[in-house]
Write a protein that binds this ligand. Structure first.
Ligand SMILES: Cc1ncc(COP(=O)(O)O)c(C=O)c1O
Length: 411
């Protein structure tokens, strides 16, 4: 049996809506995008939602709208995808990489404070000027498990930082600050901007796409303006509804708008988002149950104060109990028909960040150690029971076959 790492689930409604757009004569940003923005804003409880062609675009527009300047510094987790840090570089600013929690893989607030202290005292190992002004933080909700939002708020308040959430994995996801408190959705929080991804394998997809949500009118206005060449009004408004053909260039903007073809898919994915999330949650529960007694593994946590989007199911191999390394484990999984991936090689172990800033493996020791153990197993709503069983059986069998003799004797 072959189980892919991911298989998108596109329903009849998505297909019919795309066909309706294709027949309508209006393919680019228009009424479907407007509807998608309104419905997504309602779904996360945000007054403004700006639809874009990627989460990377959302992150870029967010830091631009917040006024990030060349030479500024921003706290960025090292355990993330390229996009989170590259947008800081787009504006000539410095990402200060922060280590991760070994279990959740989310940002380690103790290390964030340590990195700030080290920068102030000129002890930061990276080549970032000691006088660099730290203006913001871009936390990531890794795999869709929200990090402790209170801890982000406390750190931001202490150091006067803005917060841009990289919520690429975190829709729909929520957290609860106390057992009796109300659930708070990712996107309605106190961060300046939350940036969601609708890339092909995300929890809801538009093929490629993203959304920036905010409750700040000025940030929303700036991001909207900069998303389309800095023009005073977009094409749909110019060619429809009696508005004028004329426009003014207000700023040298970007070309980040979402198309109506993509939004047509998004509208119906959004309507099914909770149903899709529940199916992922059930698969995560099944995998956790099947693998709970495999002593060579650590499984992803599922704390009761989080509603997890389950974009990823990252297991951590206990390499001390296995006579095989992670890469060989993945090769064997693939040979047995189980697609998998790794999220991620941390940023400080990529040539660009090593060479530009001089980060060394020991500067972010938890991420350096944990990434060698990471394997993301398949998890997608359309995964059937035989596929779940095949993934669990294959992982269990590989652990049995490669169990270290000494460890099995001790256990
Ligand atoms: C944590 C994180 N941030 C940002 C992105 C970028 O998303 P997009 O592909 O929509 O630009 C990704 C993509 O996988 C991601 O995993």
């Amino acid at each position: 049996m072959e189980v892919p790492f991911f298989r998108p689930e596109i329903g009849r409604e998505e297909m019919d809506e795309v066909m309706a757009v294709l027949r309508s004569g209006w393919l680019t940003t228009g009424p479907r995008v407007k509807r998608f923005e309104e419905e997504f804003g309602k779904a996360v409880g945000a007054p403004h939602a700006v639809a874009l062609n990627s989460a990377t675009a959302a992150l870029h527009l967010a830091v631009e709208a917040l006024g990030l300047q060349p030479g500024d510094a921003v706290l960025v987790p090292t355990m993330t995808f390229a996009a989170t840090a590259e947008v800081v570089r787009y504006l000539g600013a410095h990402p200060i990489l922060v280590d991760c929690d070994p279990v959740t893989l989310n940002l380690d607030f103790g290390d964030a404070r340590e990195k700030l202290r080290a920068l102030r005292s000129g002890r930061l190992p990276a080549r970032i000027p000691a006088g660099a002004r730290v203006v913001g933080i871009i936390p990531v909700h890794v795999g869709g498990l929200m990090l402790d939002v209170r801890a982000v708020e406390a750190l931001a308040a202490e150091h006067g930082l803005w917060v841009v959430e990289d919520a690429a994995h975190a829709f729909p996801a929520s957290w609860r600050p106390a057992p009796a408190a109300a659930w708070q959705r990712c996107g309605e929080g106190t961060s300046a901007v939350s940036c969601f991804s609708f890339y092909a394998n995300k929890t809801i997809t538009t093929g490629e796409g993203g959304m920036a949500t905010t409750s700040d009118d000025a940030l929303a206005e700036r991001m909207r303006l900069m998303s389309l060449h800095g023009l005073s009004q977009d094409a749909w408004r110019r060619y429809s509804g009696g508005t004028k053909w004329d426009y003014r260039i207000q700023a040298p903007g970007f070309k980040y708008n979402l198309t109506d073809v993509a939004a047509a898919i998004g509208i119906h994915q959004l309507a099914r988002a909770e149903e899709l999330r529940i199916r992922r949650e059930r698969i995560a529960a099944r995998l956790s149950e099947e693998l709970s007694d495999v002593e060579e593994l650590d499984l992803p946590p599922s704390p009761p104060d989080r509603i997890h989007s389950w974009h990823l199911f990252p297991i951590r191999l206990r390499l001390d109990r296995l006579a095989i390394d992670r890469n060989a484990f993945i090769d064997e999984l693939k040979a047995a028909g189980v697609g998998c991936s790794v999220h991620w090689r941390p940023l400080h172990l990529h040539p660009y960040y090593e060479e530009t800033f001089g980060w060394r493996p020991q500067d972010l020791p938890t991420a350096t150690a944990v990434w060698e153990r990471l394997v993301s197993l398949p998890i997608f709503p359309a995964m059937g029971e035989p596929e779940i069983a095949h993934v669990a059986d294959t992982v269990r069998e590989l652990c049995r076959v490669h169990r270290r003799a000494a460890a099995s004797a001790a256990s």
